[in-house]
Design a protein around this ligand. Structure first.
Ligand code: NOJ
Length: 469
């Protein structure tokens, strides 16, 4: 898994099998051959647990079951078995920091949660105070009010979460993407976050950016709780969603196999800034590369449609595991901004269903899709599969090439506008500008983002190329 490609499945939007317009586990199983054909090593499923879906499964109402909209445990077993038969590993998404407000624990074990007589100045990730009133007190919710934070200083919580972690591994899961893990432990005295004295290092909401965020997350003793997660998981693969700049990855990188590199995901498509993000991140142990997901948007939207292929080239040639978001292999578009039918934080647009074919329902469902498809006629798997010039073919070639890249990584100073590095005997070069630029690409050209991208020593605007010695 060290250098593997993990394909992120957003289960609601991948493949519906029963016509209710929402994707499900049987649907995922029916599409596993797409993942095999693509050449990825593993799939990660966003949460499938029972949930009132206030945050589409990141509000868990039961850690050891499957929400009926996705199927049941037997479907999970069938999916895992079918994935393993095909050599694919299965990563679950565990949400240890909070539950749904409808989880029975919230009623039965209120002391498993974090309470205060009066709110402090902590801010929720989605805006406003992180405290909500209940029965004359206030409970902490680092995300939506429907997601009360668990108290990881309570040994009963640790035990219950360890049981949940073991449950899926015993059933055959191969590891976890660990949600919002920098929020696991907070200041036990619940002191205010002091005012910020320096930039956080990653984009924040305006109100959050005013605070140092030193008490509301990432407490100094976090390592002890991470050790409990590792203890329950043995040597299963763990990748942490740590929303901190890479210089602050410790202790997460001590206990996890990989940590999401958010500096690169948030970098503008500018050679100088991309290089800085890559160099800062590769100085730390265990980066996991991710340039798009269900929270922040697709490759084509984040970096611009014309840069989507070059972004995929970058993602898939950096050293360490790479996470590819479903639909990005075909350059799928996003939904309209501002349309928030479901997610109050405005993330619906990153979550439209997968486009398998060119019909209006894209082969995703026979029913009414929970969100319409974005651009199935222009971009779909069937239409791109046999087209050697398609983005899908490029992504597949890049994934195949990855196996030959080895471990070595050396950034190159290739001049203004170019991101370039060596991977063993290969040289990767990407032009981030709108002008053709001269690049000294060593060896023979082996992959380019489009035919003719490299000509007479010049790399076309928005293009990338890989040479081999
Ligand atoms: C990160 C998840 O990716 C996001 O979708 C969710 O809203 C928050 N964590 C809270 O669980």
């Amino acid at each position: 898994m060290r250098d593997g490609v993990v394909y992120q499945i957003y289960p609601r939007s991948f493949q519906d099998s029963d016509g209710d317009g929402v994707g499900d586990l049987a649907g995922i199983r029916s599409r596993l051959d797409h993942l095999v054909w693509l050449g990825v090593d593993a799939l990660w499923m966003s949460p499938i647990y029972p949930s009132p879906m206030a945050d589409f499964g990141y509000d868990v109402a039961g850690y050891m079951d499957v929400d009926p909209v996705f199927g049941d445990l037997a479907q999970f077993d069938a999916l895992t078995e079918a994935a393993h038969e095909r050599g694919l590993r299965v990563l679950m998404d565990v949400v240890p920091c909070h539950t749904s407000i409808e989880h029975p624990w919230f009623r039965e074990h209120p002391d498993w949660y974090i309470w205060a007589d009066r709110p402090n100045n902590w801010i929720s990730a989605f805006g406003g105070s992180a405290w909500a009133p209940r029965d004359g007190r206030y409970y902490l919710h680092s995300f939506y009010p429907e997601q009360p934070d668990l108290d990881w200083r309570n040994p009963e919580v640790i035990e219950a979460m360890q049981d949940a972690l073991r449950f899926w591994l015993d059933r055959g899961a191969d590891g976890y993407r660990v949600d919002a893990i920098d929020r696991l432990l907070k200041d036990p005295q619940l002191r205010d976050d002091p005012p910020a004295s320096q930039p956080f290092g990653l984009p924040l909401r305006e109100d959050e950016a005013k605070l140092a965020l030193t008490n509301s997350r990432n407490a100094p003793d976090t390592g002890a709780a991470l050790a409990k997660i590792r203890e329950a998981c043995g040597d299963a693969f763990l990748v942490g969603e740590v929303y901190l700049p890479s210089a602050r990855w410790q202790p997460y990188s001590d206990y996890f196999d990989a940590v999401f590199a958010f500096e690169l995901l948030h970098s503008p498509w500018d050679a100088h800034l991309l290089r800085a993000a890559i160099e800062a991140t590769t100085r730390q142990p265990r980066p996991a590369w991710v340039m798009s997901n269900h929270d922040f948007g697709r490759l084509s939207a984040r970096f611009g449609e014309r840069n989507a292929r070059a972004a995929a080239m970058l993602l898939l040639t950096l050293p360490g595991p790479a996470f590819l978001y479903q639909g990005d292999e075909i350059g799928q578009g996003e939904g309209p901004p501002g349309a928030t039918r479901f997610d109050r934080a405005g993330r619906d647009r990153h979550r439209h269903p997968m486009q398998w074919e060119g019909s209006p329902r894209g082969g995703f469902t026979t029913g009414e899709p929970w969100l319409p498809l974005t651009d199935p006629a222009e971009r779909n798997v069937a239409g791109q599969r046999d087209d050697p010039t398609s983005m899908l073919s490029l992504v597949r070639e890049l994934i195949a090439l990855r196996r030959e890249l080895g471990e070595q990584f050396e950034p190159l100073d290739a001049g203004e506008g170019i991101v370039a590095f060596r991977r063993g005997g290969h040289t990767v070069a990407i032009n981030t500008t709108s002008e053709p630029l001269r690049v000294a690409l060593e060896g023979e050209l082996c992959i380019q983002t489009a035919a003719g991208a490299l000509q007479d020593g010049r790399l076309a605007p928005h293009a990338g190329a890989i040479g081999v010695d």
